[in-house]
Design a protein around this ligand. Structure first.
Ligand code: GLN
Length: 287
């Protein structure tokens, strides 16, 4: 039988040997997840003996991680903008890049007076964007949309986990088709669609390429399929002067700005992420 401390030191060593950069942090996260302890509880209990079934569980998780699976899938959860979201390999892991879109949506909503605003998170995946908006701007109402039922089930679990069921609902719809009439009209549509060019998927990091869902990444030959389909089809459910905002890949923003202008949007602009890449494109309907 091992103590938590022994288990931690062994795990750290094997993660390090496997070339995992954040071996210290990940060893802690894995043991916390396996034992359902907070980091503080783990520190407090370091000298205690751990039950053998826990050791097996940790070994099993370590094996998956060392096999290249992203830490978020092994843990089954990941943090985004101060909230913790359930994740599994059927949804994209929330990324720091996406904070740009989420923060901008919240800022623009607050500037316009967000009371009673209706917000649609299209291609919601985990629901991290819409749920963070619903949690931050409590007076708005959010609808999460995805075409994948497994993704919607995870989004629904996150609505409950993050405590936003009062102002958030989940609906199945395909972003590449016309919006169902029952959706109604919106003040804001936020969307992080698949935008990686098909031919570039094989060049992505192994964790992304081999473990994240291809249908959440693949944006067609030039990565632009979703923008081309969504802008003309989904602008029809924007209220006058409604906002549409997208996350995009490096170098895609100009073409998205043009699509916005061609479709009757004004006040079109691109916004950088923390690394300085133009990551978000926004437009206002009919201005
Ligand atoms: N930013 C993601 C990546 O490159 C892609 C996300 C997406 O297609 N929406 O891994």
């Amino acid at each position: 039988m091992k103590t938590y401390s022994d288990m931690y030191l062994d795990l750290r060593r094997s993660l390090k040997a496997a070339g995992i950069e954040d071996y210290n942090l990940e060893a802690k996260l894995l043991i916390c997840a396996a034992s359902s302890k907070s980091k503080e509880e783990l520190m407090r209990d370091m000298k205690l003996f751990a039950f053998e079934p826990l050791e097996d569980k940790v070994n099993e998780m370590a094996k998956r991680r060392i096999g290249g699976e992203p830490i978020a899938y092994v843990l089954g959860e990941w943090d985004f903008m101060g909230l913790t979201f359930n994740v599994d390999p059927r949804v994209l892991i929330p990324r720091a890049d996406t904070e740009t879109l989420c923060e901008l949506a919240i800022r623009l909503m607050q500037r316009r007076g967000a009371d009673g605003m209706r917000v649609l998170d299209l291609c919601c995946g985990t629901g991290c964007i819409g749920i963070t908006v619903a949690k931050t701007v409590q007076s708005c109402r959010v609808v999460l949309v995805d075409n994948s039922m497994p993704a919607l089930r995870i989004a629904r679990s996150n609505v409950l986990r993050c405590g936003v069921s009062r102002n958030t609902t989940c609906i199945e719809a395909d972003a590449l088709k016309n919006p169902p009439v029952l959706l109604g009209k919106y003040d804001v549509i936020v969307c992080n669609p698949p935008y990686v060019a098909t031919g570039e998927i094989d060049t992505l990091d192994r964790g992304v390429r081999d473990f994240e869902p291809r249908e959440a990444l693949d944006g067609g030959a030039d990565g632009m399929d979703f923008y081309r389909a969504i802008i003309p089809a989904w602008k029809t459910i924007l209220k006058p002067a409604g906002l549409m905002m997208f996350e995009c890949g490096e170098g895609q923003n100009k073409a998205i700005e043009e699509l916005f202008l061609k479709n009757g949007f004004g006040s079109v602009g691109s916004f950088p992420d923390m690394a300085g890449t133009l990551r978000v494109v926004a437009g206002v309907m009919g201005q």
